[in-house]
Ligand binder design. Structure first.
Ligand code: ADP
Ligand code: ASP
Ligand code: MG
Length: 447
């Protein structure tokens, strides 16, 4: 069979008609691209999240509706207002507004996911038409037919086996004669209700589709020419990495490098699918290949920054010399489905970091979980913290390195984690100081 590539285009890549046209050029130049997963146009998901919040006034809601309509109408008019697309768009906009106007939009996770899904539904509708106007036989495929998930609205877990079955039976046959345009980020539970995979989840969707279709390559097209040694927005010294291993890139994604959703590489690793990351603005400038075994294995590969961290410290003096404290605390966290990142412990206290990203419909820690913890220990919650992670190889011995400590000299480091993995070394710092910590560490380790 011919080579099969699944390509994902992120929010800035499909932001407007000219951005979509650049993506269409990429597809027209690469016959192997048979499946295209798109994000919502940049800014749209943020607007939809805002619409789910309890404090949105009627006037603001109307203004947000107008912003969405204006963005979509602009693309429609660049497409010369084809009637079928106009009708389909109007249908989506009316459903979007109806969902946002529901009385319990701010409290129902189910409704929130339904609302968030309209961004991707609209962009795939438009993008398929952009391709058709280039004489590409493109179909707009509703991914909810195959992207089966559990019902954890806001951060749904995909059902890998079911996705595979469904993709093979209902998507695969389409590939023979068409380019399939579909939505990232969204899925559906076993009752057919819309779910989402979490913010930035389109990368993960594309990887899951690539796995299910046994694709050869997964392309992630975004606004930078590949994976850099750190976020190029943080320092001009950041430089692109031509080739990186799955393990290293997965660590970067886990520790907040926004370029890839944290789970993206898991399906790619399961099937050894090569992943390319490049810029849809500059497709000829190369990019990063993420592969099973990279040719180089440097001590320091990259630095990642993850903002919006909460430090939860629980302390129980009664637990001195007692057993089971860790088990009890983690039992409660597990029961409340709270995902913990870093952990440090002493005899009577445990400190864990939790991800608390802004612009999502989900909360890092529920009041119910806090109440359960407070029933048997003192609980302290600190915020305005960021996680800085140095990613590389053999980092278990890097604490000897002077340059690393020099870069942290003037910083109030709140917590350090080292030793559990040879691939990362993490520092929790106040958010205000974090960008400069990254910059100094980058200077110290990469120049
Ligand atoms: P998309 O909408 O295409 O998914 P994102 O905004 O989610 O794009 O991700 C791309 C952004 O990730 C870049 O603009 C860049 O600022 C950020 N980023 C963070 N860390 C890195 C890194 N190590 N290399 C490249 N980009 C990074
Ligand atoms: N549109 C979704 C978001 O903004 C998913 C994505 O872009 O990957 O989070
Ligand atoms: Mg993204």
């Amino acid at each position: 069979m011919n080579k099969l590539t699944v390509a994902k285009f992120g929010g800035t890549s499909v932001a407007d008609f000219s951005a979509m046209s650049r993506c269409a050029d990429i597809i027209c130049h690469d016959q192997s691209i048979r499946v295209v997963a798109v994000s919502a146009q940049s800014g749209i998901t943020n607007i939809l999240v805002r619409l789910t919040q309890a404090d949105v006034s009627d006037a603001e809601r109307l203004d947000l509706f107008k912003q969405i309509r204006d963005k979509e109408q602009a693309i429609l008019s660049d497409l010369n207002n084809p009637e079928s697309i106009q009708v389909a768009l109007e249908h989506l906009l009316v459903s979007l507004e109806k969902t946002a106007n529901e009385a319990d939009i701010a409290t129902s996770e189910r409704l929130k996911d339904r609302l968030l899904s309209f961004g991707e539904q609209m962009s795939s509708l438009m993008f398929a038409e952009v391709l058709r106007q280039r004489d590409v036989h493109a179909v707009n495929f509703d991914i909810r037919q195959i992207m089966k998930t559990d019902s954890a609205f806001g951060h749904a877990e995909p059902n890998i086996e079911l996705i595979k079955q469904q993709a093979q039976t209902s998507m695969m046959p389409e590939l023979a004669g068409s380019v399939v345009v579909t939505q990232g980020f969204i899925g559906s539970n076993d009752q057919g209700e819309t779910t989402t995979l979490g913010r930035g989840g389109s990368d993960y969707s594309a990887a899951l589709i690539a796995e299910a279709l046994e694709a050869d390559v997964l392309q992630i097209w975004t606004d930078v020419i590949g994976i850099f040694t750190t976020d190029p927005r943080l320092t001009q010294a950041a430089r692109p990495i031509p080739e990186i291993s799955f393990d290293e890139a997965a660590e970067m994604a886990t520790f907040g490098a926004k370029i890839l959703h944290p789970a993206t590489l898991i399906p790619a690793m399961r099937r050894d699918i090569r992943v390319f990351v490049g810029s849809s603005r500059a497709p000829n400038e190369g990019g990063t290949w993420v592969v099973n075994k990279a040719k180089t294995k440097p001590a320091y590969r990259a630095i990642a920054l993850r903002k919006d961290q909460i430090l939860l410290t629980v302390k129980s003096p009664q637990m001195l010399h007692a057993t089971g404290f860790l088990a009890k605390v983690f039992g409660i966290l597990a029961e409340h489905k709270i995902s913990v990142d870093l952990v440090t412990t002493s005899e009577i206290s445990i400190a864990v970091t939790l991800d608390n990203p802004s612009n999502t419909t989900t909360k890092a820690i529920s009041d119910a979980a806090l109440t359960a913890l407070k029933a048997f220990c003192d609980v302290k919650v600190e915020d305005n913290l960021s996680l800085v992670a140095v990613i590389g190889n053999h980092l278990e011995s890097s604490l000897r390195e002077n340059q690393l400590w020099k870069a942290l000299e003037k910083v109030n480091v709140r917590m350090i984690c080292q030793g559990a993995s040879p691939h990362n070394l993490c520092f929790l710092t106040p958010t205000a100081a974090a960008p400069s910590v990254v910059e100094q560490l980058h200077n110290a380790l990469f120049d």
